[in-house]
Design a protein around this ligand. Structure first.
Ligand SMILES: Cc1cc2nc3c(=O)[nH]c(=O)nc-3n(C[C@H](O)[C@H](O)[C@H](O)COP(=O)(O)O)c2cc1C
Length: 223
């Protein structure tokens, strides 16, 4: 019997003597499937920049085989304002379909602009409409806007997502004074600090996403 790190899981330790880290990995999640991240486009106004920013990030994530992205454009999901949907109506089907996409995600990357020092109303409505779909999952941010690069919107979102038991990650990709030209082939999003920031965000989402997926497997989150 090796004298390694004391095991976290006593039952497993008797069966498979190993380090605590190995024990955790073996005990909880033996499915090496890619992390499923929902990429949420928050702005819905005509002429918005959001899809351009999201497309840029999706290209970065597309290079990786440990991540699978599902792009959720809120412009395609006009959620009912009163949150009350009659059964078997188009609204009910839309709310259910979007809920299933959110539930299938291991985590979320929110693409948000800054509107009047905060984030778009469509995003707040999305967060409020659902509940357990957010629980115990990581949330990362890609923000854009004027001088503050959307970072004030991100700080507001951290408090809101905490109420839904979601875990916001520290690393952010932020574009200050962003415009469509920044995302062209020779734009600053390609040549500046943004690609490294996107890679760091994906790495961080990977760590939190896998850790929380394992944790939810061992012990379903209750609230
Ligand atoms: C209603 C509105 C309010 C805005 N307020 C701010 C703001 O408070 N701070 C800021 O930096 N930019 C602000 N902006 C600029 C936006 O962040 C910027 O135009 C961004 O590209 C908008 O995202 P969208 O094109 O995806 O809608 C505002 C834009 C709009 C339309």
């Amino acid at each position: 019997m090796p004298t390694s790190t004391p095991p976290i899981f006593p039952t497993l330790a008797t069966a498979i003597p190993t380090t605590a880290a190995d024990a955790w990995a073996r005990r909880t999640d033996d499915t090496p499937r890619p992390l499923a991240l929902a990429l949420i486009i928050s702005s819905v106004r005509a002429g918005r920049l959001g899809p351009t920013v999201a497309g840029w990030f999706a290209d970065r994530a597309g290079d990786r085989d440990d991540i699978h992205l599902d792009v959720l454009d809120l412009a395609e999901f006009p959620l009912p304002a009163d949150m009350a949907v009659a059964p078997d109506t188009p609204s009910e089907r839309l709310v259910r379909a979007l809920g299933e996409r959110l539930a299938a995600a291991d985590g979320f990357v929110v693409v948000t602009p800054e509107y009047n020092h905060s984030y778009p109303a469509a995003l707040k409505h999305l967060i409020d409409t659902y509940r357990e779909q957010w629980f115990a999952k990581p949330v990362g941010f890609i923000s854009y806007g004027g001088m503050s690069g959307g970072l004030r919107a991100v700080e507001h979102l951290r408090a809101v997502f905490a109420e839904q038991h979601a875990v916001t990650v520290r690393d952010v990709v932020s574009f200050h004074g962003a415009g469509a030209a920044d995302f062209a082939a020779d734009g600053r999003a390609t040549t500046g600090a943004a690609p490294a920031a996107a890679a760091a965000l994906l790495d961080r989402m990977g760590w939190w996403g896998r850790a929380l997926r394992r944790a939810r497997t061992v012990e379903p989150f209750q609230s």
